[in-house]
Design a binder for this molecule. Structure first.
Ligand code: GLN
Length: 542
């Protein structure tokens, strides 16, 4: 029998609902339960792929090629369970489904309304393909009481308690207790207000998660319990933590998983938190430290590179190393500023990106790393920038570029259809609407035996996730090989270059996919682990 846990948020946004849902998932998993974690986003875009990272942070890509909210990345990192297209939906997609059905005539004779048509569609999403798991955790994006778009979601989960019964549903509400320094007190009123908001929609939360920056006393807990009509032991304190990976341990210390099991009348073993404790222990006590420059467009806006950040944390722990990322705005890199900006960094990474802004800075960074033998990791656009650098500076093709940035004489990077007319693009694009007109999701890749990447991955058959439109133009492959480029990863049909490395360089690896999506704290990505190791080695040389 599947049970449904609904996680809502109140007071303000950015309290970490995604981390809370993911941590809870991890605890239930460690107790031996199977689960899925799903996200309902209130905005009207059909997916986040068409939104600026400034507005919505990173676009996370699932194995099956869906552009999703970055919270799905947290779910995967905390549980190791692959998210899929059935785990993410937005209001836009819900409305589109209903309106398309209305146009087809499926509702002929009826007035189509938010209740029941939209709410039925929401419930269909929550309940779909869930028979085989013990739990479905549903995170409702947005803030109750603030976002108008959230209401159909709240109404749908209210109805589900009637449909399924109390013993199959549980409401968890995440709120905030602000600390007022002048009064020296944590304030509970916003939380009381937020619970009342939820109550006005017919939902009485079963468990409250209270984010706080300070320790909270029993008196405050009693007050919250009294005013919010919640058992005192169901008021769970979620203090600020140095690392998100401590959250499962804190939740367990507050007996959150126990309470959930009691609510559902389930008995289970204690969770095995050995691995989490080991990871957070090492994270808190690094032996070494290393500085890696990340040359991006959204420098300083960390949500835009969420998975990348996390992948470095995971790889740092394996290497007993604190990885300091120095975010450098690519537009600030010029031949004059280059040396100063990159001074003191032990590795250089150019991440994925779209559009022309900052590309010359990224090309310069690749050239600098290549010529100075500094470890270089190119991801997607970062690979394309290296190919342009090598074409311009080693092959003498001064006007080499990518056709993404306009027509050029030597499009060393281009749309496959522009230079390969044999129709091979067709099976590479899984989706055709504007948001998804890219090569998206997991694709296999074959590694060259004896190459650096084959030894890093310890094998020759891998699968990684993609999100891009452009590819290396293989017309230039022979010339690039002459310049020392090893095409060490290719699509299994041998047509698409997926990885290049430089034979003569200590660590210069660039990939067409996004390895960061698959890195997990308890299962770090080998390329990041190896890159941090190489950067550490380089730091000892200088
Ligand atoms: N803009 C490039 C492309 O579409 C790279 C994309 C990326 O880095 N994810 O191919």
């Amino acid at each position: 029998m599947t049970r449904y846990i609904f996680v809502t948020g109140g007071v303000l946004s950015s309290l970490g609902k995604g981390i809370a849902a993911a941590s809870l998932g991890s605890l239930l998993q460690q107790r031996g339960f199977s689960l899925k974690i799903r996200k309902l986003d209130p905005y009207l875009n059909c997916d986040p792929g068409t939104m600026s990272p400034y507005q919505h942070g990173e676009v996370y890509v699932t194995e099956d090629g869906i552009e999703a909210d970055l919270d799905l990345g947290h779910y995967e990192r905390f549980t190791g369970i692959h998210a899929s297209r059935s785990d993410t939906i937005t209001s836009g997609r819900i409305y589109l489904n209903v309106i398309e059905r209305e146009r087809r005539g499926d509702y002929l004779g009826t007035t189509v309304q938010v209740v029941p048509h939209i709410t039925d569609e929401v419930k269909k999403f929550i309940l779909a393909e869930s028979e085989d798991v013990d739990f479905v955790i549903c995170e409702i994006g947005g803030t109750v009481g603030a976002d108008i778009e959230i209401l159909p979601f709240v109404e749908a989960i209210r109805q589900l308690r009637n449909d399924l019964g109390r013993d199959r549903t549980l409401y968890i509400h995440l709120t905030y207790l602000p600390y007022i320094a002048t009064a020296g007190e944590l304030k509970t009123k916003p939380t009381q207000r937020s619970v009342k908001d939820l109550l006005s929609h017919g939902i009485q939360p079963d468990i409250l998660l209270c984010r706080t920056s300070e320790d909270i006393g029993d008196e405050e807990k009693r007050k919250i319990s009294l005013f919010c009509n919640i058992a005192p032991d169901a008021v769970i304190i979620a203090p600020d933590v140095a690392s998100i990976y401590e959250v499962p341990l804190n939740f367990h210390a507050e007996a959150l998983d126990d309470k959930i099991c009691k609510h559902f009348g389930l008995s289970s073993k204690d969770p095995d938190l050995h691995a989490w404790k080991g990871f957070t222990g090492k994270l808190q006590n690094p032996t070494f430290d290393v500085t890696i420059a990340v040359i991006g467009k959204y420098a300083g806006f960390l949500d835009a590179y969420k998975s990348l950040n996390e992948a470095f944390i995971h790889a740092g722990v394996v290497n007993h190393t604190q990885v300091n990322l120095k975010w450098i705005n690519a537009e600030e890199i010029t031949p004059h500023s280059l040396e100063t900006l990159l001074e003191g960094t032990h590795g250089i990474l150019v991440p994925g990106g779209f559009g022309e802004r900052g590309i010359e800075g990224k090309i310069l960074a690749s050239q600098f790393a290549r010529e100075r033998e500094i470890p270089y990791f190119g991801i997607c656009l970062g690979l394309q920038m290296s190919i342009i650098d090598i074409a311009r500076h080693c092959l003498g093709l001064k006007d080499a570029s990518s056709s993404e940035f306009g027509p050029c004489r030597h499009p060393v990077v281009g749309l496959m259809t522009e230079w390969n007319k044999d129709g091979t693009l067709e099976h590479r694009t899984k989706n055709t609407d504007m948001g998804g007109s890219m090569r998206l999701g997991a694709y296999p890749c074959t590694l060259l035996p004896g190459s650096k990447v084959a030894s890093i991955y310890n094998g020759t058959e891998i699968s990684e996730r993609h999100r891009h439109r452009y590819e290396i133009n293989t017309t230039y492959k022979n010339d690039l090989e002459q310049a020392g480029v090893v095409f060490s990863g290719m699509s299994p049909d041998g047509k698409l270059p997926e990885i290049i490395e430089l034979a003569y360089h200590p660590w210069f690896i660039a990939v067409q996919f996004h390895p960061e999506y698959k890195s997990q704290p308890l299962n770090p990505h080998p390329l990041f682990v190896s890159f941090v190791e190489a950067s550490l080695k380089h730091s000892r040389l200088i």
